[in-house]
Design a protein around this ligand. Structure first.
Ligand code: CTP
Length: 437
């Protein structure tokens, strides 16, 4: 339907980006479910290159016009329009037929062409330019969806060859300097698809990192004329993508080898110690948070940031838009750790360990554990295994049934009971009642 609507207007429509790559890589025996589709429309007789022009022009950019026309047929889709960026998105959520589907339509970013619209070279050059702005050759392929050449694969930069040779190759030398998140994308695609980073691409990554990429992340001013979100938002979403993926370990390892964590902070290196801490966090999460009440990828990110010197943590956490909880935790980590390490040798009874550790929540305890000496860590793991979720044998209602009138003493009585339970002085309801009386 969308292709028809495009043809009626004399424009060209292309499927671009990840969907083309995934279609070409897909196993023909299996069904490929595309949930995120990027389309580019080339309405090449119109120039919509900048927002100022758009405001003077009362016509919608082609992408917006097409998406609005399609929505008339599919009224259950939500339409999001970014007229100033010449893009529109149609979203279906829990649709009975389409389930969840996201279609992004962008207008090919045609420079000004003083040629007739029908000129095929003009057509080819505007989609070519759009593709040339992209990250890797395998993501810069386009499949034409409109007649007369529907189904034609446009491969200007050797993407097909790289798909066959399993290479991640960047399109131009400055790509990583212009957009450092592409370093993370390169790693993500390499690990996810089992591809290699092409050797010159690796050089460009090294060059970008050595040229002080962090300053770039810090200093980028979000320009409203860009149709992409701010750099730190993109960096955070790439980190999220990687750290929540099943392949997060090899991906992080490759980021470490490339020294790419310097995009987060120039002093951040994935050394053996940090790697050990990350693995410990993971074990802690598997053991103590099997229901995944915590967001595990965030905990992995938090331990990376916790590895920085204390004076840098707050700023980096803010830049990466951490929650207030996480920021506070990172700020308090060192004092909490110092307190635990200092007071733990004085603890003899189980209840003393309990009292020392009970003020801290699970993420804080995991961070303290992985950064502390082994004997402290073992006690924290023991606390989490045996005492953390311990339930009191009696509650306030039980005390009332035993004939006690509610009073401020209740809390103390229940507290004493808990301590006696932890120290195994009592083990069942009967002995608990006897203890109270
Ligand atoms: N893109 C880019 N540079 C970026 C982000 C995206 O050039 N920093 C381009 C790529 O051509 C990419 C397309 O935008 O294919 C869509 O981006 P995105 O949806 O993030 O990635 P996909 O390639 O679709 O990958 P995935 O399957 O992981 O979503």
């Amino acid at each position: 339907r969308l292709a028809e609507l495009t043809q009626q207007r004399g424009w060209q429509l292309y499927l671009v980006g990840g969907a083309v790559r995934d279609l070409l890589l897909a196993d023909p025996e299996k069904t490929l479910l595309l949930t995120d589709i990027d389309l580019v429309v080339d309405g090449c007789h119109q120039s919509y290159e900048n927002a100022e022009n758009n405001q003077q022009n009362d016509k919608n950019p082609p992408a917006v016009e097409l998406a609005s026309a399609l929505q008339k047929t599919y009224s259950n889709a939500r339409l999001d329009v970014h007229g100033q960026f010449q893009t529109a998105a149609l979203l279906w959520h829990n649709d009975p037929v389409l389930d969840s589907l996201w279609i992004d339509i962008a207008t090919a970013r045609t420079e000004f062409y003083p040629y007739p619209a029908a000129n095929p070279e003009v057509e080819a050059s505007s989609i070519r330019q759009d593709l040339y702005r992209r990250d890797f050759t395998i993501n810069a392929l386009a499949l034409r969806l409109t007649k007369p050449y529907e189904g034609e694969l446009l491969d200007f930069f050797g993407g097909m060859n790289d798909l066959q040779n399993r290479q991640i190759r960047v399109l131009h030398a400055n790509s990583f300097i212009e957009d450092p998140t592409r370093i993370y994308r390169a790693v993500r695609f390499a690990v996810r698809l089992g591809f290699e980073l092409e050797f010159q691409t690796k050089d460009y990554i090294q060059y970008a990192i050595n040229s002080g990429i962090y300053e770039k992340v810090q200093s980028e001013n979000y320009s409203t004329r860009q149709r992409v979100p701010a750099l730190e938002t993109r960096l955070k979403s790439e980190l999220k993508y990687i750290l929540q993926a099943p392949y997060w370990k090899p991906a992080l390892q490759l980021l470490g080898e490339l020294k790419a964590l310097r995009c987060i902070h120039p002093t951040l290196e994935l050394n053996q110690e940090l790697w050990r801490q990350i693995r410990l966090v993971d074990r802690g999460l598997i053991r103590f948070d099997p229901e995944k009440t915590l967001t595990h990828w965030q905990m992995r990110l938090e331990v990376l940031i916790a590895h920085l010197a204390p004076q840098y943590r707050g700023d980096v956490a803010e830049t990466l838009q951490f929650s207030l909880d996480s920021i506070e935790r990172l700020q308090q980590l060192d004092s909490a750790k110092a307190e635990v390490v200092k007071l733990m040798p004085e603890c003899q009874l189980a209840s003393q360990f309990y009292r020392l550790l009970v003020p801290y929540d699970l993420p804080m305890l995991i961070l303290i554990a992985v950064q502390s000496p082994r004997w402290v860590r073992h006690r924290i793991w023991q606390y989490l295994t045996q005492w953390w979720n311990i339930k009191p044998l009696l509650n306030g209602n039980d005390l009332k049934e035993l004939g006690y009138k509610p009073s401020p003493q209740f809390k103390q009585m229940l507290d004493d009971l808990l301590v006696a339970t932890i120290d195994k002085e009592i083990c069942d309801r009967k002995s608990a009642e006897a203890f109270i009386q």
